[in-house]
Design a protein around this ligand. Structure first.
Ligand code: ATP
Ligand code: MG
Length: 352
């Protein structure tokens, strides 16, 4: 068996390709001279897929992605395809389904370098280190029927017991490796899916007697993430609530432009991506923050390939850039994507 890892590259739209280039340049620099060997396979996807082959999720892209060792995705979508018959976002939802990526793992870990950039009081946020485990392939974003009629609209929120059970197990297993604390988020005072969510959480928790479990309604949780971000370890949430809470959580670190996520399924490759969108408002200006994509590359190296040291070198280099005030405007800096990327690369090379 070849030990050259296959990495599927979905380079994204608007700022997507700009930050993907940054992430891949850092990957190349970090792995240079190491035993980690890889091959990149560029695949049409999202808006780029529509432009290149008329399809946001070509069959060939699915097939090649499935056979890869990891998928690296940048942000997709944007106004360019507003009137297209197929939408870039269909590609993303379809890819999550095709790869069975049912859990999205989003860490909010405030590094020493990031603390000064947080909009919250530093005393509140120091030591913030939690992970949101968001259910990704069901709930409100997938439920059928979905109707947009002239005089009404309807979405469906659906969860099966097996879908809830597996995301709970993913979250509890993660908590076992962390600080043995799980927080269940739902709206079980109102929603049927949330009643089932809480019921199954309570059931699954019995198999993890050492894990401390608490329960929050999503509205209370949106307050608690700001009021006491250090009080959480692993937060397990349905798809819709997780989408919202994780953007909120990202902002605690100062900018959404720094945060990566990992989507995991059963057996297939994991998918790594920034948590933000394609930021059409700043595309082409050379000022997109590449740190989210660079962090996604680091997360891929450590979680899919066990290259913990290489990953650490990358995250340390990002911290060095922040400490040196080499930052894009979203973080209050004045630097370009390229300047930040080159600083990170030089920091990695300097350490060697
Ligand atoms: P999506 O629906 O795909 O999540 P969105 O509507 O939430 O997209 P984003 O594309 O995430 O929007 O952008 C939200 C804001 O954050 C925009 O003002 C954008 O410029 C900014 N932003 C997002 N990513 C970055 C980045 N990497 N660097 C700088 N600014 C960013
Ligand atoms: Mg968003």
């Amino acid at each position: 068996m070849s030990d050259i890892k296959k990495i599927a590259i979905l380079k994204g739209d608007y700022i997507g390709p700009e930050i993907m280039a940054a992430g891949l340049a850092v990957l190349e620099a970090a792995t240079a001279g190491s035993t980690f060997k890889y091959e990149l396979i560029d695949l049409p996807f999202g808006g780029d897929g529509i432009d290149r082959v008329g399809d946001p999720l070509p069959e060939k892209t699915i097939q090649v992605a499935k056979q890869s060792d990891a998928v690296l995705l940048s942000a997709i979508g944007g106004p360019k395809w507003d009137d297209a018959t197929k939408r870039p976002e269909e590609g993303l939802l379809g890819m999550r389904s095709a790869l069975g990526l049912f859990a999205n793992i989003r860490p909010t870990h405030i590094t020493a370098a990031q603390i000064a950039r947080s909009p919250l009081k530093q005393s509140y946020v120091a030591d913030t280190d939690f992970v949101i485990v968001r259910e990704l392939t069901s709930g409100a974003y997938f439920g059928e029927p979905r109707v947009l009629a002239a005089d009404f609209a309807k979405d469906t929120m659906y969860y099966s017991t097996s879908e809830i059970t597996r995301i709970m197990q993913t979250g509890f297993q993660l908590a076992e490796k962390r600080r043995q604390h799980v927080t269940i988020v739902d709206k079980s005072n109102v929603l049927a899916t949330s009643k089932l969510w809480r019921q199954i959480a309570t059931e699954v928790a019995k198999a993890y007697p050492d894990i401390y479990v608490d329960y929050y309604y999503v509205d209370a949780m949106s307050m608690a993430i700001i009021a006491k971000p250090t009080a959480f370890d692993v937060i397990i949430t349905p798809n819709l609530f997780g989408d919202i809470l994780s953007d909120e959580a990202a902002q605690i670190t100062g900018s959404i432009g720094q945060i990566p996520s990992m989507s995991v399924g059963q057996g297939g490759p994991n998918l790594y991506e920034p948590i933000h969108g394609s930021a059409p408002d700043i595309a082409g200006k050379g000022i997109a923050n590449p740190m989210s994509m660079i962090h996604a590359v680091a997360m891929m190296l450590s979680e899919s390939f066990g290259e913990v040291n290489l990953a650490r070198q990358i995250t340390d280099a990002v911290s060095a850039a922040i400490n040196a005030q080499v930052m894009t405007p979203d973080m209050g800096g004045h630097d370009t994507t390229l300047t930040v990327t080159n600083y990170v690369i030089q920091s990695i090379q300097h350490v060697r």
